[in-house]
Write a protein that binds this ligand. Structure first.
Ligand code: GAP
Length: 502
């Protein structure tokens, strides 16, 4: 992961936000190539959902429309959605170090014999095998055999035992507090006065902006149930432990679909979206080996999913979770929770009336495929990162050509007068259709290495032969194989090859 993070900075994909001031934990900026990659993934999702939505079980395309709602909404909306009362993680504070940990991420190693002779060491999720945890095991327990411990989430440990527990960064045992709820929503004030009445929240999910516009969309467009409303945008959560680069950050982007259907059809549509969403992630280049579906355990379910068919996550094997997996997208059956809540709290009727029979009225159920755009970008980068000792750069990014920030580079072999104008002409010919780089300076080997590192699938080199016969060399990123094609064929070549797996 360290190598991936450093490549992202070196080549202009992702930078720490406010880096010159030492950064700010949980916030990231996208650089020139990162924004292209993110836009490619975002545009593909939008196209697959809104422009050319998938073919439904009846053989016709399903109906989906888009919205772009405000980040700040009336705070009553967040009361109705349950976020003011319940969008919280149980947190444990350390009185000694003043650090705060998510209780479900903090594990205690309880000796099998419950011996209290030595403090009970703790570690954070994902740090089980770290050098620090190994050291703690040795220092804290007389027995270093892992079988001699039971590892327990601190949530599940009786508070009477907290006095034996040594916090992850503490020197003395017994400094951790009982878990307390901590709301993850960022608060702000709207207007000139800062008072209880002017409190507002930055949205912690894009989904509620969709529910708030459900009636507007129904009243203003021709969609009828079953149909979907899609939205892509920023969400904000004051995560207690932002970590793993952009995987868990405090500002991130989501791509969410709320699919409204008849309650009796919820299962059919849930299965439909399970299959569609896995297909999507494979189509942008994630390999089946690195993807899995996982049903939520009952104690993981969100408040809105408890009554229904549950939630399943599409998970990706990130380098920091391997050999395990981390969540990329959640697909939840939200039942009629949100519309019912908004109806009750706003007093506006949100029931659906069947257009063919006004006596048939019901509150639609919702299937929600909720994907992380930022996490998707991270998964694409992790998947693409390929070590190859046989090339000068030592690595290349094996992006699916459709996701690659640059589809091609045009490289005059030398900065000589006869090569450059031809390269410029080719660049001007194809830049309307594709994101291309015209790179003139440096020796050709270094320029190939740079394009490998940013994952450009094809390089077209203009040389002396181009002057004579208008052919250029095409170099393919993964195989480094070269062939010659006529300059006039470059556009067709790219159209054909961008769709194929690179
Ligand atoms: N509307 C449902 C919802 O928001 P979620 O599972 O909390 O569900 C959906 O979020 C997706 O958003 C996740 O699968 C993940 O990809 C992304 N996500 C959630 N929290 C995130 C964070 N702190 N940083 C980056 N991505 C996050």
């Amino acid at each position: 992961m360290k190598d991936i993070v450093s490549l992202c900075k070196r080549r202009g994909f992702i930078f720490a936000a406010s880096e010159i001031y030492g950064g700010i934990n949980g916030f990231w900026d996208y650089g020139p190539l990162g924004i292209e990659l993110k836009n490619n993934l975002r545009d593909r999702w939008w196209k697959d959902m809104v422009i050319t939505p998938p073919i439904g079980p009846d053989g016709s395309p399903v109906e989906i429309v888009g919205v772009d709602s405000a980040i700040i909404q009336n705070p009553k909306a967040w009361v109705a959605s349950g976020h003011v009362g319940g969008f919280s993680d149980p947190m444990v504070d350390c009185r000694e170090t003043k650090k705060r940990y998510r209780a479900d991420h903090l594990f205690v190693m309880v000796p099998e014999d419950k011996s209290t002779e030595k403090p009970w060491a703790t570690y954070l999720d994902g740090e089980e095998d770290s050098e620090k945890t190994k050291r703690l095991k040795k220092a804290g327990h007389k027995n270093t055999d892992p079988a001699a411990y039971q590892t327990t989430e601190i949530n599940r440990l009786g508070v009477e035992n907290y006095k034996y527990v040594l916090g992850p960064d503490a020197k003395e045992p017994g400094t951790l507090t009982e878990p307390k709820a901590f709301n993850l929503m960022f608060q702000t004030y709207v207007g000139a006065m800062q008072s209880e009445d002017s409190i507002a929240y930055l949205r912690p999910e894009t989904a509620q902006g969709i529910f708030l516009n459900y009636k507007n969309v129904l009243d203003s467009s021709r969609v009828r149930i079953p149909f979907g409303i899609a939205q892509i945008g920023k969400a904000f959560r004051n995560e207690v432990n932002p970590r793993n680069f952009i995987f868990r950050s405090r500002e991130f982007e989501q791509m969410e679909l709320e699919w409204f259907c008849h309650p009796d059809e919820a299962k059919m549509w849930r299965d439909f979206w399970f299959a569609e969403r896995q297909r999507f992630w494979k189509s942008v280049g994630l390999s089946s080996d690195n993807l899995q579906m996982r049903d939520h355990d009952s104690d993981e379910l969100s408040h809105y999913a408890k009554a229904g068919l549950g939630t399943a996550d599409i998970e990706y094997r990130f380098p920091f979770t391997a050999p395990g997996f981390g969540e990329l997208e959640g697909i939840a059956h939200r039942c009629d929770f949100d519309l019912t809540q908004h109806q009750e709290h706003s007093g506006v009727k949100l029931e659906y009336m069947d257009p063919t029979d006004s006596k048939i009225r019901y509150m639609p159920h919702v299937i929600e495929p909720a994907a992380g755009l930022s996490r998707g970008v991270l998964a694409l980068i992790c998947e693409a990162y390929t070590v190859d000792a046989n090339r000068p750069s030592g690595i290349y990014l094996n992006f699916h050509p459709a996701m690659a920030p640059k589809k091609a580079a045009i490289l005059p072999l030398t900065a000589k007068e006869e090569h450059v104008p031809l390269a410029q002409k080719l660049y001007m010919d194809i830049r309307e259709d594709f994101a291309v780089d015209l790179d003139i300076k440096q020796n050709i080997g270094k320029r190939y290495a740079r394009q490998d590192e940013i994952g450009t699938p094809f390089c077209f080199t203009v040389d002396n032969d181009t002057v004579n016969d208008q052919t250029v060399t095409v170099r393919e990123r993964n195989t480094m194989a070269q062939e010659r094609i006529h300059m006039d064929k470059v556009r067709d070549f790219l159209h054909e090859n961008i769709k194929k797996r690179g």
